[in-house]
Design a protein around this ligand. Structure first.
Ligand code: ADP
Ligand code: MG
Length: 342
């Protein structure tokens, strides 16, 4: 055997294995890029559960013509420069891999126009070296990324795709999760030519609650208590549902750390513990909770998909979440508990 460096496309396809599992994961990466670019309006258009086509258009900062090729290259990012940045991440992205990975397993076109540029430019990467082609295009300020035929060249991956309906449900779930994290951004989700979700910008707490009701259901909001508590450098805000709203599945468990959606064991554990004696066996609580901590206190570079984090003072964070939720739940009038309501 001789040792050889892999061609760029193949290396990117290997990296794609970590983050690009299905259309929904592409959409997560692309929306996060739009948010990092400061977009306030994001349109998501998909055909056939996202397998045929995914298109995300934003009104964010855009990418300059001479940086388009870099945006499509692996290990190229505008979000961190050195180790100290990595230790205090305040953006959703930082790995510089998403666009390179996605364009190695699909037909990706990137069209962008920063405000200071007169015209828009479009970039695609082709061939085993992923050489980037650039041509002029028409586009308003902002960026559109179109992803066609996901996994067309990686049949092993394609085999794991489920039905159009299942793939769309995953997409819908990602959009809902992100829409909960950013009340200050509008999102439109269109599937097979039909607008399926439309979340307008929310400016007031009442409008925030309305968006939560759109995502989690009116019943959730009706049964939820608002929490909002600050301690040291931590803040926990959001909604916890009364125990009477216990669910048979964990479909309304939404937690965020510094605006990033999470499936974090420590957070879930703290919340479950707050509910512990209040919930019937085999049921799940419902909550939408936002934890804000100093970005130096949390390591997001734990998992490529960034679903988990590591807190430097994990016990402290755990106990803070537990006590805020516990107090909120105890504040519910005793007559309003599990055994008396509905
Ligand atoms: P990362 O987000 O980890 O930096 P990506 O591969 O997702 O890596 O994106 C590479 C770079 O392309 C980003 O750092 C950013 O500068 C630029 N970029 C990607 N999407 C957008 C967008 N929608 N608007 C503006 N810039 C973008
Ligand atoms: Mg990114």
């Amino acid at each position: 055997m001789t040792i050889a460096i892999l061609p760029a496309r193949l290396a990117n396809q290997i990296a794609a294995g970590e983050v690009v599992e299905r259309p929904a994961s592409v959409i997560k990466e692309l929306i996060e890029n739009s948010l990092d670019a400061g977009a306030t309006a994001i349109q998501i258009t998909v055909d056939k559960g996202g397998v045929k086509k995914i298109k995300i258009t934003d009104n964010g900062s855009g990418i300059a013509k001479d940086e388009l090729a870099l945006a499509l290259s692996r290990h190229a990012t505008s979000k961190i420069k050195d180790l100290s940045d990595l230790e205090a991440i305040d953006s959703l992205g930082f790995r510089g891999e998403a666009l390179a990975s996605i364009s190695s397993v699909a037909r990706l076109t990137l069209t962008s126009k920063p405000q200071h540029q007169d015209t828009a430019w479009q970039a695609t990467a082709a061939g085993r070296d992923m050489a980037v082609n650039i041509q002029p295009a028409a586009h308003p300020d902002g960026t559109t990324i179109e992803v066609l035929d996901l996994f067309f060249n990686t049949p092993a991956r394609r085999k794991f795709l489920r039905t159009e309906k299942t793939e769309f449900n995953h997409i819908d779930e990602i959009v809902r999760r992100i829409a909960l994290a950013r009340f200050d951004v509008s999102f439109t989700l269109t599937h097979n030519g039909k607008v399926v979700r439309q979340y307008r910008i929310a400016n007031t707490q009442a409008q925030n609650a309305k968006r939560v009701a759109m995502v989690c259901g009116q019943k959730f909001i009706e049964h939820a208590i608002e929490v909002n508590c600050e301690h040291d450098n931590m803040k926990l805000s959001g909604w916890v549902a009364k125990p009477s709203f216990a669910r048979n599945q964990n479909d309304l468990c939404y937690s965020y750390v510094n605006g990033r959606m999470m499936r974090d064991k420590l957070i879930n554990h703290a919340i479950r513990q707050a509910y512990s004696t209040l919930l019937p066996a085999d049921t799940y609580p419902a909550f939408v909770l936002f934890l804000q901590v100093d970005c130096r206190e949390v390591d997001v570079n734990v998992h490529p998909a960034k679903h988990e984090v590591r807190f430097h003072q994990s016990r402290y964070v755990h106990d803070f979440i537990y006590s805020v939720c516990h107090k909120a739940l105890l504040s519910i009038n005793n007559t309003d508990n599990l055994f008396n309501e509905e």
